[in-house]
Design a protein around this ligand. Structure first.
Ligand SMILES: Nc1ncnc2c1ncn2[C@@H]1O[C@H](COP(=O)(O)OP(=O)(O)O)[C@@H](O)[C@H]1O
Length: 201
């Protein structure tokens, strides 16, 4: 399926507001892919399909997730199911077989340890696309100008803090991803002789 057919299929599935968000993620993912040397086409494809099932009712999400063989851990946090569902069905729905693209879709909300460059890009693009407005997003965009890992680590810190404040469960892979990203940031700074500044949201 070509990109414009995928775009149309996604548009039909989503509310105008959500579709606008997806367009923003595509734009941001392309920008980040160019900036950090990833495959632009793959970044755009993952961004187009990442929220395909985002507006489905929870019954449909759980039913489809079961039928699609989604990892049981995702059932603990229903808000995360739409990613793995789109990833599992990407070959059938969009003709997308690429494992890196599908993993970027699967983990776009939660992240995971050992994220590929493409996974990091899609995850961050989702959080800082031009339509997003929340305290701290501008600072994340500034950091994303030069450091993908630091921007993503700080974004995950923000999500974790938000979930704690709301007494919500935190998907364990997010914590592992966050720890690993900070380690990557520190290692990079030590190598280049810089320091990590503290940051408040
Ligand atoms: N790591 C996580 N662990 C648990 N719940 C999460 C996590 N990340 C996000 N969520 C929940 O999922 C919801 C949707 O997250 P969001 O990033 O807005 O997803 P999307 O980009 O798919 O719209 C959040 O409001 C939050 O309740």
């Amino acid at each position: 399926m070509d990109e414009s057919s995928i775009r149309l299929k996604v548009q039909k599935e989503l509310s105008p507001r959500r579709f606008q968000h997806v367009c923003g993620v595509v734009q941001m993912a392309e920008e980040l892919a160019k900036r950090f040397g990833s495959d632009v086409e793959k970044a755009r494809l993952a961004a187009w399909i990442h929220d395909f099932a985002r507006e489905w009712p929870v019954e449909r999400l759980t039913q489809t997730a079961k039928e699609s063989g989604v990892d049981p851990s995702f059932f603990e946090v229903k808000e995360l199911l739409h990613g793995p569902i789109a990833a599992a069905n990407a070959p059938e729905w969009f003709g997308i077989e690429d494992e890196d693209v599908r993993n970027a879709v699967r983990y776009h909300t939660s992240g995971r340890p050992g994220m590929s460059l493409l996974e990091k890009i899609v995850c961050l693009a989702d959080a800082i696309e031009p339509g997003r407005s929340y305290p701290g997003v501008e600072q994340l965009r500034q950091i994303a100008e030069h450091d993908l890992e630091e921007a993503l680590a700080r974004q995950m810190d923000g999500t974790i803090q938000f979930l704690i404040k709301c007494n919500q469960p935190i998907f364990p892979l997010t914590v592992l991803a966050r720890n690993e990203l900070w380690e990557q940031v520190q290692t990079k700074k030590i190598r280049t002789g810089g320091s990590v500044s503290s940051f408040s949201t």
